[in-house]
Design a binder for this molecule. Structure first.
Ligand code: NAD
Length: 437
């Protein structure tokens, strides 16, 4: 069978590329070995957000997981329907890229002019004794199916997954401890944001240990002990029913290429240029499988559209230089563009201003936790360079700031836009005004 494009992997990158290619009239074959929707839909973004939405001390664990499954199923069926409408050939199975333009799956050979790798990533493990013990989980284990009910949990890794699971299990009344290797949780985020999130987590009973070096895990499910060395060099141990390892994700390339095909890889991830070309002609890659990529569904989706445009000889459809990042803690966190320290590290002179939730009517009405919107602007032109938010609905508000940065808006222009009252969005106009005053 012969197609214009073969796409390996049906996550947000792969299915978006398939949809874009089919909409352009290209014939498309999409290979998926598991469930359409990939990590994001089946064991990532969507299930966590459904569970976080429902988590409360009196919530039924079974009901939470049942609703999560219903949401996931509805979305998955929607994607499958759309692919069918667009006449994308969906092949369920493990695909192998045999040669440029040739993919095999379950003994069948498929030919395509261009191949797009969109195989995503999987949770990484850590080289610590006991990490393979039953009761030590990855985010996949805790999100799939019925979930795992735990009254106490140690989370190794205080990144995005770590703090979201801490928020969820603490909301259910579990005793949660985060052990983070670096000197603070959420290392890539603005320091002030990380401090604020740590403060809120602690307020909700989560123990946060930064600069902790995990040395081993012992015991059995229901009674595990995690040993670590704390920031002062003291050996410590913490007990819990379960352990979550959330120390990053690695690219899925194992067994993907035949022995005769060797595109350039770095630590198992595909090396690509900005357009998504790998080192092999007509072999492209998008999303988490690409070396150095920001591992976010919306990045994969954007690259999915852009790679199809590139294959067709067109300019990129989506600007991938400005990527909002969101963390679904309580309150939510979002960031886009440069932080103050990143701008200074690049030698830029910046001004910053903050609007506090304590002075925002809607936040006070809702009794929201303390937070802020912080804007970073070029000191001489006032052009908005970045924004960091920790406030209710930060993950929605950040879209306005991504637009402002993408259009090159100045603080004066942002302050000149009427924001509805009373809303959390007024924090944006307040921060913009504070920058120009
Ligand atoms: P991450 O890179 O965000 O965080 C991993 C954390 O683990 C880091 O803080 C790191 O310092 C720490 N760590 C590493 N080794 C350690 C060790 N041995 N002991 C203790 N700490 C250790 O990775 P993640 O949280 O696993 O998430 C994976 C990817 O998925 C990320 O790219 C993330 O952005 C993405 N993701 C995004 C969302 C979202 O957008 N809301 C949600 C979940 C995951």
């Amino acid at each position: 069978m012969s197609f214009d494009i073969a796409i390996v992997g049906g996550g947000p990158g792969g299915y978006t590329a398939a949809e874009e290619a089919a909409a352009r009239g290209l014939s498309v074959v999409l290979f998926e070995r598991d469930l359409v929707g990939g990590t994001c839909l089946n064991r990532g973004c969507i299930p966590t957000k459904a569970l976080l939405h429902d988590a409360a001390p009196d919530a039924s664990f079974e009901a939470m997981h049942a609703r999560k499954q219903a949401v996931v199923l509805q979305l998955r069926q929607g994607i499958e329907k759309l692919l069918k409408q667009r006449k994308v050939t969906l092949v369920r199975g493990q695909a192998t890229i045999e040669a440029p333009g040739v993919v095999s799956c379950d003994g069948q050979t498929y030919e395509a002019r261009d191949i797009v790798v969109a195989t995503g990533s999987a949770p990484s493990t850590i080289p610590v004794p006991g990490v393979e013990l039953p009761g030590v989980y990855s985010s996949n284990d805790l999100l799939e199916g019925e979930g795992v009910q735990l009254s106490s949990l140690v989370i190794v890794g205080g990144g995005v997954i770590g703090v979201e699971f801490a928020t969820m299990y603490a909301s259910l009344g579990a005793r949660v401890t985060i052990l983070e290797a670096t000197d603070r949780i959420l290392p890539p985020f603005d320091r002030e944001i990380a401090q604020r999130v740590a403060m809120h987590l602690k307020k909700h009973g989560v123990a946060v240990e930064a600069s902790a070096r995990v040395t081993g895990i012992q015991g059995e499910p229901g009674a595990l002990t995690v040993s670590y060395v704390d920031k002062r060099g003291n050996e410590k141990a913490v007990e819990a029913e379960g352990v979550l390892v959330a120390c990053g994700r690695h690219a899925n390339t194992e067994g993907l290429f035949s022995a005769s095909l060797a595109p350039e890889l770095t630590r198992g991830a595909l090396v690509c240029d900005a357009a998504g070309h790998t080192s092999v002609a007509h072999l492209w890659a998008i999303g988490d499988v690409v070396a150095g990529n920001i591992q976010l569904a919306h990045v994969a989706e954007a690259q999915g559209r852009n790679v199809v445009a590139a294959i067709c000889g067109d300019d990129p459809l989506v600007e991938t230089g400005i990527v909002p990042s969101c963390v679904y803690t309580s309150p939510e966190v979002a960031s886009v563009g440069l932080t103050e320290s990143e701008a200074k590290a690049q030698g830029m002179a910046v001004r910053t201003a903050k609007a506090l939730t304590g002075a925002n009517g809607k936040c006070l009405v809702e009794g929201s936790e303390s937070g802020f919107v912080k804007l970073v602007a070029d000191a001489s032109t006032g052009t908005i360079l970045g924004a960091q938010l920790v406030c209710p609905r930060a993950t929605d508000l950040v879209a306005e700031l991504a637009l402002a940065i993408s259009l090159g808006c100045t603080a004066t222009q942002l302050a000149a836009v009427i924001h509805p009252h009373p809303t959390v969005s007024e924090l944006v106009s307040s921060a913009a005004r504070a920058l120009v005053q």
